[in-house]
Design a binder for this molecule. Structure first.
Ligand SMILES: Cc1cc2nc3c(=O)[nH]c(=O)nc-3n(C[C@H](O)[C@H](O)[C@H](O)COP(=O)(O)O)c2cc1C
Length: 405
């Protein structure tokens, strides 16, 4: 990642302490970091802390006698390659949405031509307030990139959405944003639906059948597609425990039936469908309404399983306009099985890996794949040697963009 001038704007919220760690992480990633703070932010964390961490003077005043011509805000606005407001208070969001400029932060943001990312953080009721949401929608229309808040327990004791994501997540989303700016927009104007993770088939109210899929490959693809300019909808299993990539719309599902319904809905207006999810082939025929109990006279339990719908085949048949990409994880006769699936499910492309190799595939950060294409493309298979799932995803996006040509 090339070094950028990042201007970190801190506003008055309880999560302002996380900005100190964010500043450190950005510096660690090789960026130049300068900090500006609202007067209210200085009540939560001292400028001295940020000055010590960044090695740069922290800017808090609009009137800057030190600056050449006394216009520090214009110099800062010009210096920045990217401005990140984290945390962004409801108050500052409201001011920006209405073009107000009554302190250094709001002035710099009005004066800059650099892109602005903002990470709203506030109490869940404030976050749910229609005025705040309306202000954010307006800022998004003006080109601001909004980093979605996390959900969970809040400093005030409430539980809900509005928490500032952890600094590592913010840093990752900033890196992703800068990558997008440097990536060829080969999927610009396209909508991509990606399934990821494992489905979960209930046995009774507390037990389920599932598998080891973590969703890493699907999430890496979602990032790569966003970076290539696509609008991405991720249909992810409820067990996936990964931060939603920047700019991705996520739908969470449990069972294979729910995954199919979600995909049928979102694929109608999509261009590309990528199925990385490990969908259970079978579900329990009669889900017990009460928890199943061990009994003294019964040493076994027989579950009657019935076939689940085939999500990939159903989508490729229902929406023939889609470019469909399948994945296969096999333990034997990998190539033959993959080619059979490509034809049987009417796919444009299939990526297959050998999961008998424990250093790749499920849960691993690396993968190695072979990609096959439908015969009408007249393309040879592509071997992707062992590399990170992020790099595999980029290569797969190149393959997809090539098919679109
Ligand atoms: C203890 C405390 C915590 C606060 N936390 C937040 C917060 O997390 N998010 C928010 O939008 N406002 C929060 N506020 C309210 C803001 O500090 C207030 O709206 C302030 O005017 C924001 O100013 P600024 O946007 O110029 O930084 C908090 C206030 C107090 C007293």
């Amino acid at each position: 990642m090339t070094s950028k001038n990042i201007l970190l704007a801190i506003t008055g919220g309880i999560s302002a302490y996380k900005s100190a760690i964010l500043a450190r992480l950005l510096i660690k990633n090789g960026h130049q970091v300068r900090v500006m703070m609202t007067p209210s932010a200085c009540e939560f964390i001292t400028p001295l802390t940020l000055q010590a961490l960044t090695g740069n003077e922290v800017h808090t005043d609009l009137l800057d006698a030190q600056a050449e011509k006394g216009m520090g805000h214009i110099e800062l606005a010009k210096w920045a390659d990217l401005i990140v407001i984290a945390p962004a208070s409801a108050n500052t969001i409201g001011k920006l949405a209405n073009g107000l400029a009554d302190n250094l932060v709001t002035n710099v943001i009005l004066a800059t031509t650099a892109p602005v990312m903002l990470a709203p953080a506030m109490n869940q009721a404030m976050w749910g307030n229609a005025i705040v949401q309306d202000n954010l929608a307006k800022l998004a229309r003006f080109g601001f990139t909004i980093i979605a808040p996390d959900s969970g327990e809040q400093a005030c004791g409430d539980v809900g959405a509005g928490r500032l994501p952890e600094p590592e997540t913010l840093c990752e989303q900033i890196s992703q944003f800068l990558t997008i700016k440097n990536t060829a927009q080969t999927l610009a104007g396209k909508t991509v639906v990606i399934t990821a993770g494992a489905t979960l088939e209930p046995i009774d109210p507390v037990r389920y059948l599932s598998n080891h899929s973590t969703g890493k490959m699907g999430y890496a693809l979602a990032k790569a597609c966003v970076s290539a300019g696509a609008k991405v909808v991720l249909v992810a299993g409820v067990k996936v425990n990964l931060p939603t990539p920047l700019g991705v719309e996520k739908r969470t599902i449990g069972t294979a039936d729910e995954m199919l319904q979600a995909c049928l809905q979102v694929c109608e207006k999509a261009d590309i469908f990528i199925a990385t999810a490990a969908v259970a082939d079978f579900k329990v025929a009669n889900i017990a309404t009460q928890k199943l109990k061990k009994t003294a006279d019964n040493d076994g339990l027989t579950l009657h399983l019935v076939k689940n719908p085939d999500v990939l085949a159903t989508i490729s048949t229902t929406y023939p306009h889609l470019l469909t990409v399948g994945f296969a994880a096999e333990t034997q006769d990998v190539e033959n099985y993959a080619k059979g699936k490509l034809i049987a499910k009417n796919l444009d492309m299939i990526a297959v890996n050998d999961v008998s190799d424990k250093t790749i595939g499920f849960g691993s950060d690396d993968n190695a794949m072979t990609v096959f294409f439908a015969s009408e493309y007249g393309l040879d298979k592509v071997n992707l040697a062992k590399m990170s799932k992020g790099n595999i995803a980029k290569s797969l996006v190149e393959c997809i963009a090539n098919l679109l040509k």
